[in-house]
Ligand binder design. Structure first.
Ligand SMILES: Nc1ncnc2c1ncn2[C@@H]1O[C@H](COP(=O)(O)OP(=O)(O)OP(=O)(O)O)[C@@H](O)[C@H]1O
Length: 275
């Protein structure tokens, strides 16, 4: 799509998260410097960057778990700095988070983990919270029996799904996924990617996914943003990544591993029948 057409198309779409001139640092070290990023409703944005560039710092700052030195963050059009306490709480319920390694509470069952955000933000009778927890469990493809299991009784893939169910507990608009497929085998990772794409389609979710997984980037992400040099170095489609003249971006998207993923994806794509 030509640049101006693409710009116009993006303007039509609702911005769910808007980060403007964000600066974050620790002591004398600046990690993010005047960073800008928009995420649009219904998209899956894959966020990549070399290790230590600040992907987690950005996610944690947007979630208000880290302070910032400058810039603004708008969620669904509301600026956190200008929001009242009540509005901030309301905004927090619009966000779901799946932290790296799941981060479930080990002393709570899956059902109790899913109900934690409900207890924190909603005032619902236990029977309704149970019903909702079972709904989320089904949504992420876990068997109902998983509800009463503790995290130590679950496989890695089941932990990810349970953590996703907890992220969906409050029916968020935007979910943050921090390396959701890390530690999963390729089949488990592909299934998890498909689950995320299905939830996006059925629930209209917007997904912000920090990932190192080329398969995820190539198969489910609508758009990719690369973090480098303390800012978003490039954002766009895979074609935009291939065309971007930067050594890290080139070696990441055109390297040996990327080529093997592209080849596998092409092999898996059904070709048109010729008459
Ligand atoms: N609480 C903190 N205090 C001081 N420095 C921090 C803190 N959190 C992160 N950093 C530093 O900020 C930089 C970015 O870290 P971050 O964890 O965001 O990287 P990342 O891009 O997520 O890396 P990876 O891909 O390896 O997970 C690193 O240099 C890290 O040491």
């Amino acid at each position: 799509m030509a640049g101006t057409q693409k710009d116009a198309a993006q303007k039509e779409r609702q911005v769910v998260l808007s980060v403007h001139d964000l600066t974050v640092g620790f002591g004398s070290t600046i990690v993010l410097d005047n960073l800008n990023l928009d995420i649009y409703r219904g998209e899956i944005l894959g966020f990549v960057g070399a290790s230590g560039t600040g992907k987690s710092v950005l996610m944690r700052t947007v979630l208000r778990l880290l302070p910032r030195r400058g810039g603004s963050i708008k969620i669904l059009g509301t600026d956190y700095d200008e929001a009242t306490d009540e509005q901030r709480v309301a905004l927090d319920t619009r966000l779901g988070v799946l932290f790296q390694h799941g981060a479930l509470f080990s002393s709570l069952t899956v059902k109790e983990n899913i109900q934690l955000p409900m207890r924190e933000y909603l005032d619902l009778p236990q029977s309704l919270m149970d019903e909702l927890a079972f709904l989320k469990i089904e949504m992420v493809g876990l068997a109902p029996e998983a509800a009463d299991k503790y995290p130590s009784e679950l496989s890695g893939g089941m932990i990810k799904r349970a953590a996703l169910a907890r992220a969906l507990a409050l029916d968020p608009d935007l979910v943050f996924l921090d390396e959701p497929t890390s530690g999963l085998d390729p089949i488990g990772a592909a299934e998890f990617d498909m689950l995320i794409a299905r939830l996006r389609d059925t629930l209209g979710l917007t997904v912000y996914m920090v990932t190192h997984d080329l398969d995820s980037l190539f198969s489910v992400c609508d758009r990719i943003a690369v973090l480098g040099q303390k800012r978003v170095l490039v954002e766009g489609t895979l074609e935009d990544m291939f065309a971007f003249d930067d050594p890290w971006v080139q070696s990441y998207f055109r390297g040996k591993r990327a080529r093997s993923v592209v080849t596998t994806e092409q092999d898996a794509t059904p070709t048109a029948q010729s008459d």
